[in-house]
Design a protein around this ligand. Structure first.
Ligand SMILES: Cc1cc2nc3c(=O)[nH]c(=O)nc-3n(C[C@H](O)[C@H](O)[C@H](O)COP(=O)(O)OP(=O)(O)OC[C@H]3O[C@@H](n4cnc5c(N)ncnc54)[C@H](O)[C@@H]3O)c2cc1C
Length: 504
């Protein structure tokens, strides 16, 4: 069987970043990237709906090691796709990718300290097995084969077109059409102004309001710094600025939620008037209890003010041949209905895991630093932030993996496994992500690993804390155990410690 030191699953932002870090910090290691699709970029290649863009700034959504060069900090999907592809090309990563290899199973064998990773060819369906010492899961957090769509009664009676943003037809033209976009998340907020440019009218139909903040899509400070300073220095300063501001703002939402709420609502009121804001932009939760929506240059407000778009806050009773009947009794007519109802989250990219022949049930496992799982050897997953840019955590995770692999080599150990310590017995379980009430998370939290109430079993979703826990904390913390297969003539931990002491 073909064998690599590492297998990375996924060639999106995270997988390409992982390969870069490996090449830089573990240059002797062999690796392959298994990617289920036939393209690089993940999210930024898959989503093609009108207006697709980031809703965090590219100075923190971009990699720490590759400055974002474009003037727009809130960038469109194609620019981000180009950036990820460029990273892969510039760093000789493309040749490591095996496209159309959808990973289905991963089985760990303690006797040989190896993973066997089985993937299915996306077209031919044939299965291939490759083994590796270490598995780095970078497959994102949602299903690629379907989005989340609730059951809408009467859906089949609607005589127009129904679209889901995850599967946007390439040549779809909404000119002169009446459109309803169901949803009030980032995707709906992006689609509404973008479609309003061509459509006769776009209605954003939401069950409940979301917090919205408008910002210029360009970061003036970043663009000025770039003129005067070396590119990397300017990028680092902007990144630091944005991380600091985001942290400050997020902390304020935790300690003074009511004040922040009033400030946010005041800003929207200035753009749309108090009555409109009371009706459609005043959520019944606190800011950042669910994801906050960032819009560039007031584009959504402008579309509403121009009369090309409007917001309706109501519940759907049923689809009708001509549109949607609402619980209030009102009827909306449409030629096109877009179900911007979200993603379907998945645990570890839907891969079935086994350790020594026993299936792994992730809800039974404890998250170690939000990256590894109790009793699963040599496996790390990248899972970014829901309250900050994904890549901040992806970069930290990659640094950790490289540090860990190099340390295992130094120790002469082939397995590292997080295990509960005696003092962790009876630890209180908390959801994988807590303090975040968004429906798309709540629907699936019972399928995810749990986190504990103490380090290193917490998944903090806090960049400052993660820097301490992931970047600076010692690798040998008593919970992460370094061992060798017992059946082989190789040193066990005590022996390795003796060798270390001798070497010192
Ligand atoms: C519309 C949209 C907008 C977003 N905007 C932002 C934003 O502004 N800021 C932010 O921080 N985050 C945002 N996110 C979250 C976003 O997913 C992350 O920013 C980031 O792109 C995740 O990168 P990733 O590589 O970890 O995962 P993905 O982009 O999901 O890429 C995963 C890759 O792994 C592959 N894969 C998955 N499973 C398997 C398998 N079993 N076998 C083989 N290959 C597999 C996929 O095909 C894909 O190529 C957004 C998400 C969406 C959907």
């Amino acid at each position: 069987m073909e064998h690599f030191d590492l297998i990375i699953v996924g060639a999106g932002l995270s997988g390409i970043g992982a390969a870069y870090h490996l090449k830089e910090k573990c240059p002797g290691k062999t690796f392959a990237i298994l990617e289920g699709r036939d393209a690089i970029g993940g999210t930024w290649d898959l989503f093609r709906y009108p207006g697709i863009r980031s809703d965090s700034d590219m100075h923190t959504l971009g990699y720490a090691f590759k400055p974002w060069r474009e003037a727009k900090a809130i960038a469109d999907g194609p620019s981000i796709r180009r950036y990820v592809n460029e990273t892969a090309r510039e760093n000789g990563i493309v040749e490591h990718i095996r496209f159309k290899h959808l990973v289905r199973n991963a089985s760990w064998d303690s006797a040989t300290a190896r993973w066997t990773v089985e993937s299915e060819h996306a077209e031919r369906g044939e299965r291939t097995s490759i083994s590796c010492n270490f598995l780095f899961m970078c497959g994102g957090y949602y299903r690629y084969d379907r989005g989340y769509t609730p059951e809408f009664p009467g859906r089949e009676t609607f005589q127009g077109t129904i679209l889901h943003p995850q599967f946007w037809p390439e040549d779809f033209d909404c000119s002169g059409k009446r459109v309803i976009v169901i949803g009030s998340g980032a995707t709906a907020m992006t689609l509404v102004p973008a479609m309003a440019e061509q459509a006769e009218h776009v209605t954003m139909l939401q069950r409940s309001p979301t917090y919205v903040v408008s910002r210029s899509d360009q970061d003036r400070i970043a663009n000025t710094l770039r003129k005067w300073l070396p590119e990397k220095v300017a990028y680092a300063i902007t990144r630091w600025k944005n991380v600091t501001l985001q942290k400050f703002f997020y902390n304020r939402t935790r300690v003074a939620p009511e004040k922040v709420k009033q400030q946010l609502l005041k800003m929207v009121s200035k753009a749309l008037g108090e009555d409109y804001v009371k009706q459609h932009f005043t959520p019944d939760y606190n800011p950042w209890d669910q994801r906050l929506c960032l819009i560039p240059n007031e584009d959504l407000y402008q579309a509403i003010r121009s009369g090309k778009a409007s917001v309706v806050t109501d519940e759907i009773e049923q689809f009708t041949p001509t549109g949607i009947r609402l619980k209030s009794g009102a009827e909306l007519t449409a030629d096109v209905i877009v179900t911007a109802t979200g993603l379907e989250l998945t645990v570890l990219s839907g891969v079935e895991f086994e350790v020594d022949g026993a299936a792994v049930n992730f809800p039974d496992t404890w998250a170690y630093k939000g990256m590894m799982y109790s009793d699963l050897p040599n496996m790390v997953q990248t899972f970014g932030y829901i309250n900050a840019s994904w890549t901040l955590r992806a970069d930290l995770t990659c640094e950790y993996v490289c540090r860990l692999i190099n340390r295992m080599d130094e120790l002469g150990m082939r397995q590292c496994t997080p295990r509960l310590r005696p003092e962790d017995a009876g630890m209180q379980a908390r959801p994988w992500i807590d303090d975040f009430s968004a429906g798309y998370m709540q629907r699936v939290m019972h399928l995810f690993p749990k986190q504990g109430d103490r380090d290193p079993w917490r998944n903090t979703q806090n960049y400052a804390l993660d820097k301490k826990l992931i970047r600076n904390a010692p690798l040998e913390d008593g919970a992460l155990q370094f061992t060798n297969p017992v059946t082989e003539d190789v040193p066990q931990p005590a022996e390795a410690e003796r060798r270390q002491a001798d070497a010192a």
